[in-house]
Design a protein around this ligand. Structure first.
Ligand code: A2P
Length: 329
């Protein structure tokens, strides 16, 4: 069956990648509606060799036969328009953080918790980009050895801030000022992603912590995080320290990750092989390497986890969620 799809934020970094991924995966699209702000009204975007005109998003945008809407236009747009879409019988898959921690909203990574698709009420959330790439390899390890605690340290690409992030990096290299970030990002790194919260963590850090627990459906795992923006265009890297309840052999970690869905092992230090953001760019897999025992605790391991934040971290995961929905429509 072919479905009618709407894309909200179609002109953005993730929105454009939605189109690319839908086309690559041969998603059964019937009618396609593209929405963005008034700035983009009338702009043309291509899908499968056909041009589509971008419409300005408004309250009546969903008054037509749309089965699924993929949203990536920021939290404020999602907060306002996802309920309107839902009222019109549209199923929303939302890439913003607006609904992720809502008890009525499933938060899904298809390799990890596809079963949560069953209880949606019209809105499904796509997790934060760093969270997605970490839970893909972490889930099978948790199933085997039971995770007690995680320490995340992220190295995040500027594309995570949309077109504005890429511009700030490129302008900075040319000595021009930043507009998206509070400091120069070129030749620098910023321990500051999203806003600061009352507990002194950034909102990004709290997203990774809370979303990991929700996706794994285990609120006993203790987690802390430091999220850092670095001058890389595409691909987030996360140094992940994990402490298990149970003892393990390093070879069993390799074995588990080797067969894990969506994971590619890149761990051959003798040949300088480990995951790199430049190599992850434009691919849909999660790369894991630098696997080694944490000697400072009883059952600890360190992983270096890399993925394309715009693909697996956003567009691809959202389209995979839409693929799960196809079976229910
Ligand atoms: P526009 O291109 O018209 O500004 P990015 O994160 O890459 O900057 O992309 C953000 C996306 O969200 C763009 O498609 C942008 O459209 C869209 N967007 C931003 N604000 C609104 C809004 N108020 N209504 C609809 N779309 C919006």
């Amino acid at each position: 069956k072919k479905v009618n799809i709407a894309i909200v934020g179609a002109t953005g970094m993730v929105g454009r990648t939605f189109l690319k991924v839908l086309e690559e995966r041969d998603f059964p699209v019937n009618n396609l509606y593209l929405f963005a702000s008034s700035r983009s009204k009338g702009k043309k975007l291509k899908f499968k060799n056909k041009e589509y005109s971008v419409e300005e998003l408004n309250e009546t945008s969903f008054n037509r036969d749309i089965h699924i809407a993929l949203f990536s236009a920021g939290s404020e747009v999602s907060k306002k328009y996802a309920p309107i879409a839902k009222e019109n019988g549209v199923i929303v898959v939302d890439n913003s953080s607006a609904w992720r921690m809502d008890k009525d909203v499933p938060l899904i990574v298809p390799e990890v918790n596809p079963e949560d698709i069953k209880w949606h009420n019209g809105i499904i959330s796509n997790p934060n980009c760093s969270t997605i790439q970490c839970v893909v390899p972490i889930k099978p390890l948790h199933d085997k050895f039971k995770i007690k605690r995680i320490v995340y340290s992220t190295y995040q690409a500027v594309s995570g801030s949309g077109m504005g992030g890429i511009k700030d990096l490129e302008n900075g290299i040319e000595g021009k000022p930043c507009s998206k970030y509070p400091h120069q990002i070129a030749f620098n790194c910023l321990p500051h992603i999203d806003i600061f919260m009352e507990n002194k963590y950034t909102k990004e850090e709290m997203k990774i912590i809370n979303e990991t627990q929700k996706i794994l459906n285990d609120y006993n795992i203790k987690i802390t995080a430091t999220a850092v923006r670095i001058p890389v265009r595409y691909g987030h890297s996360v140094a992940t320290n994990i402490e298990f309840e149970n003892p393990f052999e390093l070879k069993d970690i390799y074995k588990t990750l080797k067969t894990a869905k969506g994971v590619i092992l890149k761990d051959d230090i003798e040949n300088n092989i480990y995951p790199l953001p430049l190599e992850a760019e434009d691919t849909d897999e999660v790369y894991v390497g630098r696997i080694r025992r944490d000697f400072s605790v009883d059952n600890g391991v360190n992983l270096w986890i890399v993925a394309d934040n715009i693909r697996k971290g956003a567009a691809t995961n959202t389209v995979q969620i839409a693929e799960l929905l196809l079976q229910t429509i």
